[in-house]
Design a protein around this ligand. Structure first.
Ligand SMILES: Nc1ncnc2c1ncn2[C@@H]1O[C@H](COP(=O)(O)OP(=O)(O)OP(=O)(O)O)[C@@H](O)[C@H]1O
Length: 266
């Protein structure tokens, strides 16, 4: 079998409390997690609030350093990368967060927000960048005229479409999404999930998708990892997890889902 695109090996994260010289044991937000994601697959990570999902994703994004363990992307351990290799990895691995507004500069137009990654990586002439932005805005279902607006002039769904466009504008191989639809109305959520699936297919992406929402995880995932209190309690093919959950906690999560549509298909 080929090397997974993302490999998480025995990763833990302990948050120290009370400063550098405090010898208290700290809080273990992620505990000895091992997961891998093969090319073009989506790993869904599900679990209740505080189970460590975001901390794990932020470690793969290289925003938080693991206390123990290794994270490899395309075979390279991400904390050992420097200089050009690190920049190349950053280009390959892109995030989508729950609240896109918080990662957009409120004073920048949509065009400036989308042009920034191209400028940082020195891609294309001004005219080529403009062309790429126009094409991508259409691809994410927006009128290119929207490029002159500011983030606050967009709806939640439009902002999340921009976040998806920004995530793929550099042609990454990996997209890491943290509750990207949780702040949206249910109908808008469905449209954005559909867009996410289409874009994933078009761009050949490998993705990790974090959500507390089982129905969303079922919709997007090929494989699922269930987290509780920092540990992965169950992982496997999505269909197997939903049809034949082995762990009591997974059964509890499934039983707690109120949606009749979901229950009918479960
Ligand atoms: N920087 C930090 N310092 C100390 N504790 C933290 C820090 N970041 C997260 N935690 C704690 O780690 C635990 C896991 O948090 P995390 O955000 O990863 O969970 P989650 O499953 O993503 O939950 P949610 O869906 O609510 O974000 C929580 O108890 C949280 O309070």
């Amino acid at each position: 079998m080929s090397e997974p695109v993302v490999r998480i090996e025995n990763v833990s994260k302990v948050f120290r409390q009370g400063g550098l010289f405090n010898r208290a044991p700290g809080f273990k937000a992620v505990s000895n997690v091992s997961l891998s994601v093969a090319k073009n697959r989506t790993l869904g990570i599900v679990g209740e609030s505080g189970s460590g999902k975001s901390t794990l994703l932020r470690m793969v994004l290289r925003l938080i350093q693991p206390s123990e363990g290794r994270i490899l992307v395309n075979g390279a351990e991400i904390w050992s990368l420097r200089g050009g290799e690190l920049k190349a990895m950053r280009r390959q691995v892109q995030p989508i967060f729950q609240n896109p507004a918080s990662s957009f500069n409120p004073r920048q137009t949509i065009r400036a927000i989308l042009a920034a990654p191209l400028e940082v990586h020195g891609i294309g002439s001004a005219a080529e960048r403009r062309e790429r932005i126009t094409t991508l805005l259409r691809r994410v279902g927006l009128d290119p005229a929207i490029e002159n607006r500011l983030p606050h002039q967009l709806s939640g769904g439009q902002k999340q479409r921009i976040a998806i466009a920004r995530a793929v504008i550099l042609g990454p191989s990996v997209v890491l999404a943290d509750e990207p639809t949780s702040a949206l109305d249910v109908s808008v959520q469905a449209q954005v999930l559909k867009l996410f699936a289409d874009i994933k297919y078009d761009f050949g992406l490998t993705t990790i998708f974090v959500s507390h929402n089982l129905a969303v995880i079922r919709e997007v995932s090929d494989e699922v990892a269930v987290m509780r209190r920092g540990e992965v309690v169950e992982q496997g093919e999505a269909d197997r997890i939903f049809e034949d959950p082995q762990h009591d906690y997974t059964r509890e999560l499934l039983a707690a889902v109120p949606s009749p549509a979901f229950m009918a298909s479960a």
